[in-house]
Design a protein around this ligand. Structure first.
Ligand SMILES: *Cc1c(COP(=O)(O)O)cnc(C)c1O
Length: 432
């Protein structure tokens, strides 16, 4: 077992000050063994905890770090910017630069507004959709996460087409009741919901590549059907690309599937490790936002120059020739090694992948909606997670979380990591 003495002491102290010792729940390691690791430093694909343990990091801060930790070009731009002052509360040149870079290379959007988190982006996008359509209800899918927006912390009731019940205390029933929740990958449920509620629906929001509850890859046909139905009924389609944006390609899932959503939300990679989110759409839709239009939205630290510098430096690297092809090739070789080992040994494991996002499913079945995930399989993940920490590999501390490969994970690192993870699978299935 790795030494976690210092992390453990830090966690005890943190628990006296912060609820659960953390500032975001999954960090507390409740679904895996041991106290959370307090990370002190990262470099490339590695990070180091308070006890000096080194890990190859496949969590990558939950997705933002597509270039790995402390990429020299990002660090340099941040340092240059920070030395000139950290915030002015005025428009800035760096915002123009990153705005132009994004809009010039993303065919699905014409205007963008920067905010400070994915949650804020989604919250603002929903308000915008309501403001544009003059309708109130929203529709989401079970198994998609959209940040901690009140109206989206909602799960399905019983039955195929249901109004939501909240998954958190503190959300008024009236708010949850404006959200419809449907299963993913289910055209009939969608058609039924629209036949009943289309006149009240402002928008449908979906993670086009659902990556917050396993990796629930959707059929393009389903997404196309959704696009077509929304258009028919005057409902805005929001692609929540906070994870998939700039990850599966510069144009994200919209580009990958060739589907034009009405509003897109971004976060994670767009800030290069700093707190940034954004929402974007056509000019016609975005001109509903204040101060041009009547939909209010503001932020003291929006378009913060230091955050813009980190995002800009990151996105510039992504636009270099072959960046995504390279990352995809390496990610695919990596997950193939895992899948091959599991197949050869007849382990019930599927490694699901979308570009450099991967998910270890302890099942042989194809999983496209959340009800197909067996909660019992999470015991396997717990065992694997503990083995991997002991052998220098860091995965997000829950079997429902996806992993990320960054450009800092070299072929050699990925090959060595695959060997360790495959030994981890042997360990899991030897002890079961
Ligand atoms: C992470 C995430 C969010 C929330 O972003 P925060 O920056 O954590 O508020 C919203 N939607 C999706 C799809 C996400 O992955």
């Amino acid at each position: 077992m790795i030494v976690r003495e210092k992390s453990s002491a830090l966690f005890e102290k943190a628990k006296t000050m912060f609820p659960g010792g953390v500032h975001s729940p999954v960090r507390a390691f409740k679904s895996v063994y041991g106290p959370p690791l307090f990370i002190e430093r990262g470099a490339g694909c590695y990070m180091y905890d308070a006890d000096g343990n080194q890990f190859t990091d496949f969590c990558c801060s939950w997705g933002p770090l597509i270039l790995g930790h402390a990429h020299p070009e990002v660090v340099e731009e941040v340092q240059k910017t920070v030395a000139r002052g950290m915030s002015f509360g005025t428009p800035g040149r760096l915002g123009n630069e990153i705005g132009e870079l994004i809009l010039d290379h993303h065919r699905y959007i014409e205007m963008i507004r920067f905010v400070s988190s994915g949650t804020e982006a989604v919250m603002s996008a929903i308000r915008l959709a309501r403001g544009v359509t003059g309708k109130n209800k929203i529709l989401k899918f079970e198994g998609c996460y959209h940040g901690h927006v009140d109206g989206l912390l909602v799960k399905a009731g019983s039955g195929l087409v249901t109004l939501g019940t909240s998954t958190s205390a503190g959300i008024p029933d009236a708010v949850a009741a404006d959200t419809l929740v449907l299963p993913l990958d289910h055209e009939d449920a969608l058609d039924e919901a629209l036949s009943q509620y289309a006149d009240d629906l402002a928008c449908v929001i979906i993670e086009p590549i659902p990556a917050n509850n396993g990796l629930l890859l959707q059929r393009r046909d389903f997404l196309m059907h959704l696009r077509k139905k929304c258009t028919e009924h005057g409902i805005l389609l929001i692609f929540d690309e906070v994870i998939s944006g700039f990850r599966v390609g510069f144009e994200g899932a919209a580009g990958q599937y060739g589907i034009q959503p009405d509003i897109l939300t971004f976060g994670k990679i767009i800030g290069g490790g700093m707190p940034v989110g954004a929402y974007a759409a056509s000019r016609g839709i975005m001109e509903h936002v204040a101060p041009v239009g009547p939909v209010y939205q503001a932020g003291t630290l929006s378009e913060n120059p230091v955050a813009m510098a980190a995002g800009l430096a990151t996105l510039k690297v992504l636009l270099r020739e072959g960046f995504y092809e390279n990352l995809d090739m390496r990610s695919s070789a990596f997950t193939l090694k895992l899948q091959t080992h599991c197949d050869q040994n007849n382990y019930p494991v599927s490694i699901v992948r979308a570009g450099s996002i991967f998910w270890i499913a302890f099942s042989r079945e194809k999983i496209s909606n959340s009800s197909q995930i067996d909660p019992g399989s999470m015991e396997h993940f717990k065992t694997l997670h503990a083995f991997l920490l002991d052998h220098g590999i860091y995965l997000g501390p829950s079997g429902y979380e996806v992993g990320f490969v960054s450009s800092a994970h070299t072929e050699e690192v990925l090959e060595a990591s695959a060997k360790v993870i495959n030994r981890g699978f042997d360990h899991v299935f030897a002890s079961s």
